[in-house]
Design a protein around this ligand. Structure first.
Ligand SMILES: NC(=O)c1ccc[n+]([C@@H]2O[C@H](COP(=O)([O-])OP(=O)(O)OC[C@H]3O[C@@H](n4cnc5c(N)ncnc54)[C@H](OP(=O)(O)O)[C@@H]3O)[C@@H](O)[C@H]2O)c1
Length: 292
């Protein structure tokens, strides 16, 4: 299969790069800035269609996105251009070339007021500009009529790019105390686990199982629990103290509860999902080894 990865320089894109060599597929990594096989601005419909048709692409793996949740509050137009308009372009290119678009969305399409894990058909109700732009991206995929899969993930981390795990790992090496919110609960997603799922789906010929799927690692934790675990694994002698979201107002509302129900993805693809602590341990081992 020929697979175009957009946003190939980002943390999910880099996680695909890491595994690409071990597959029989031809991957083309594209991003708005140089660094991969091709420069491609996904907001340019003609350029996206040309890249897909000229390279005989079978799968567009969309890892591109506007991911700065706080800044999106003041740059909502830009967030929509990248998280919705560019997604519409990729969906159109997929449709014209009979390719499958695999798109990544977020728990932020929900408001976080549920007390039960969110199923895919729960009515979305985003409370942030970022969440609204991502929901618009999902709608663009559905409206396009292309062949698609949408994976809603949460709290993405890896050894690449910027993410909570790397931030806490670095800060806990320097500071004696870190205050971390304990009243936002969810489940992290190790990017490598999402990449494994997608490659398994492609290899097993399951690309026809279209739909929207939740995917995170297993279990439930707060940001405080996650930070505590990161310090424990790294051996950093930093005290992690629980605090409340209201102690640190940021001007952006985040879902207080964003646990996603993963029954559908497990039943549809017959996969076992790793427990969050196991994946965290694996990723941090890589992170620490690559530092040495
Ligand atoms: N991070 C999370 O916690 C999280 C949680 C849930 C869902 N997600 C979703 O998961 C996906 C991947 O996230 P990530 O953390 O890997 O994001 P990331 O590290 O921010 O990477 C996104 C990549 O997209 C590129 N990009 C921006 N505008 C583009 C354009 N017009 N055309 C092509 N590429 C463009 C970015 O380039 P520049 O950096 O140069 O702008 C960057 O390389 C996104 O859809 C995100 O919404 C993320």
């Amino acid at each position: 299969m020929n697979i175009l990865v957009t946003g190939g320089n980002g943390q999910l894109g880099c996680s695909f790069r890491e595994k690409a060599e071990g597959t029989d597929h031809r991957f083309i990594f594209a991003d708005v800035r140089p660094g991969g096989d091709m420069v491609l601005d996904a907001t340019d419909l003609d350029a996206v269609c040309k890249a897909v048709s000229e390279n005989d692409i079978h799968v567009i793996m969309n890892c591109a996105g506007y991911t700065d949740v706080a800044r999106a509050e003041t740059e909502e137009d830009l967030a929509f251009r990248i998280n919705a308009d560019a997604v519409a372009n990729m969906a159109e290119a997929a449709k014209r070339n009979d390719a499958v678009l695999i798109h990544v969305s977020t728990d932020y399409v929900f408001d976080g007021t549920s007390g039960l894990p969110y199923k895919e058909d729960h009515a979305p109700s985003p409370v942030s500009a970022y969440g609204r732009s991502k929901l618009a991206g999902e709608k663009a995929v559905l409206d396009s009529g292309c062949r698609y899969m949408i994976f809603r993930i949460a709290w993405l981390y890896s050894r690449y790019g910027k993410n909570f795990v790397k931030t806490i790992y670095e800060k806990s090496a320097e500071k004696p105390v870190l205050n971390v919110v304990c009243d936002q609960v969810g489940t992290p997603t190790f990017a490598g686990d999402l990449v494994d799922l997608v490659i398994n789906i492609i290899d097993a010929g399951m690309l026809d199982r279209q739909g929207t799927y939740n995917f995170t690692d297993e279990g439930v934790c707060s940001w405080y629990d996650l930070a505590w675990e990161i310090c424990d694994i790294s051996g950093h002698l930093c005290e992690v103290r629980p605090c409340m979201t209201s102690d640190y107002p940021t001007g952006v509302r985040r879902p207080a509860y964003s646990v996603l129900d993963k029954s559908k993805v497990k039943e549809t693809f017959g996969v076992d999902i790793p427990y969050w602590k196991d994946s965290l341990r694996f990723c941090m081992k890589e992170l620490i080894e690559n530092e040495l």
